[in-house]
Design a protein around this ligand. Structure first.
Ligand code: ADE
Ligand code: ZN
Length: 342
C-alpha cells in the first residue's frame, strides 16, 4: 500500500509555505538573519513544538515565532525551492500554496520581495523538479479589514501571479462575515476564493455557512465540523464545494487527528482531499507519509485513495484541460496497478 500511495500522482491544496520550515531550517535562518529565538538548536525547536499548548492558538503562536526567521526574498526563494524538491519526492505534481503576506509586511518585509522570492522559487522548482504550482494569499483574520484591503492593493501588480485569496490564523472571535467586503472585492478582481474553518472552533458550523453564503468561497479549508449539520452537508455536496481536511499528527498523538470524522465526510459524498497543512511542524510530514498513516486506520481501499487523489485535482483551480490531463494520469496509474476506481 505504501508503494501504491507513493507512486500515485498527487495534488496538495492545503499547505502553508511558512509551515514547511523544519527545525534545522528554523535554526539556520534564525542565525543567518540574527533573529532572537527562545531556542538555539533543532532539538530545542522540536521540544518547543512538542510542549506547545494543544489547540489552534498554541500552534499558531509557535508557527508565527518560527515563521519570523524567513526575512528576505532570498529566504523565500530557498524555502520554496526546497518545498518543490520535497513535492517531487512525494509525487506531488501540483500544489496550491498558501502564504501569509501580512505576517511579513507587518515586520517590514515588502510585499513585492515576498512574492518575487516565492515566485522565483516556484519557477526554478518547476524547471528542476517538474512540479507545477499556484499561489494563494491568506488574510490573517485577527487583523483588521483595512489591513486586508491594503494587502489586496499591494497584490494588484502581481494579479496574474496569485490565483486566489484565502483566510487563516486565529479564528475565535473572527468570523468570516468580518471580511465580506474584502472577499467581494477579490471576487471582482478575478481571484478564486477559499477560507479556513478550523476544527472545533466555537462556531465552526456557522462559520462554514458564512463562507459559502456570504463570502461565496469555492473551497473550505478543514471544514470537518460540517458533518454536524445535514443541511450544510447537502448544500456542500449540491454546490460541489471541495473541503481540505488535514489529518496531521504529532509524535505525542495517538494517531492522525480527526480521521473518523474525515472518513464520515468521505462517506457522505463530500469532495474531500487529504492535506498536510504545515508539514515542517507536524510529524505527519508530507503527503506520502500522511496518506499512508491515514489509510489503514481509516479503512480506505486503494480505490478510495485513488478517488481522494482525483478529488484534489478536481477541486483544484487548474483549468479543465489540465485537470483532465492529471486525472487521466491518476486513472492510468490505478488501472496499471489493478485498481478499478470507484
Ligand atoms: N496557519 C497555518 N496553518 C493554519 C491552520 N491550520 N489554521 C489557521 N491558520 C493556519
Ligand atoms: Zn491551514
Amino acid at each position: 500500500m505504501r508503494d501504491f500511495i507513493a507512486g500515485l500522482p498527487k495534488a496538495e491544496l492545503h499547505l502553508h509555505i511558512e509551515g514547511t520550515l523544519r527545525p534545522e531550517a528554523v535554526v539556520r535562518l534564525g542565525q543567518r538573519n540574527g533573529v532572537d529565538l527562545p531556542f538555539d538548536s533543532a532539538s530545542g525547536v522540536v521540544r518547543a513544538l512538542a510542549d506547545r499548548p494543544a489547540g489552534l492558538e498554541g500552534f499558531l503562536d509557535h508557527h508565527y515565532l518560527v515563521g519570523d526567521t524567513i526575512c528576505t526574498g532570498e529566504d523565500f526563494f530557498e524555502v520554496t525551492h526546497e518545498l518543490l524538491e520535497t513535492c517531487r519526492l512525494n509525487n506531488i505534481v501540483y500544489v496550491e500554496l498558501f502564504f501569509d503576506p501580512q505576517a511579513h509586511t507587518s515586520r517590514g518585509i515588502p510585499f513585492d520581495a515576498v512574492v518575487d522570492g516565492i515566485q522565483r522559487g516556484l519557477e526554478q522548482g518547476r524547471a528542476d523538479f517538474a512540479v507545477d504550482a499556484n499561489l494563494i494569499m491568506c488574510i490573517n483574520r485577527e487583523r483588521t479589514v483595512e489591513s486586508a484591503l491594503e494587502m489586496l492593493d499591494q497584490a494588484r501588480p502581481h494579479r496574474d501571479r496569485i490565483i486566489g485569496l484565502g483566510m487563516d490564523s486565529y479564528e475565535e472571535g473572527n468570523p468570516p462575515r468580518k471580511f465580506v467586503d474584502v472577499f467581494a472585492r477579490a471576487r471582482q478582481e478575478g481571484y478564486r476564493l477559499t477560507a479556513h474553518c478550523d476544527v472545533d472552533q466555537t462556531k465552526s458550523v456557522q462559520h462554514i455557512w458564512e463562507c459559502i453564503d456570504l463570502l461565496g468561497v469555492d473551497r473550505i479549508d478543514h471544514g470537518v465540523n460540517c458533518i454536524e449539520d445535514p443541511a450544510l452537508v447537502a448544500e456542500l455536496v449540491r454546490r460541489d464545494i471541495c473541503l481540505t481536511p488535514c489529518p496531521v499528527w504529532r509524535s505525542t498523538d495517538p494517531g492522525p487527528q480527526d480521521i473518523d470524522r474525515i472518513r464520515t465526510m468521505y462517506d457522505l459524498g463530500l469532495r474531500i482531499t487529504l492535506n498536510s497543512d504545515d508539514p515542517g511542524e507536524f510529524d505527519s510530514g508530507y503527503l506520502t507519509d500522511l496518506m499512508t498513516g491515514v489509510q489503514d486506520p481509516s479503512g480506505y481501499s486503494k480505490a478510495d485513495m485513488t478517488r481522494l487523489a482525483i478529488n484534489a485535482f478536481e477541486g483544484s483551480w487548474l483549468d479543465r484541460v489540465a485537470k483532465d490531463r492529471h486525472i487521466a494520469a491518476v486513472l492510468e496509474y490505478a488501472t496499471s496497478h489493478g485498481v478499478a476506481p470507484t
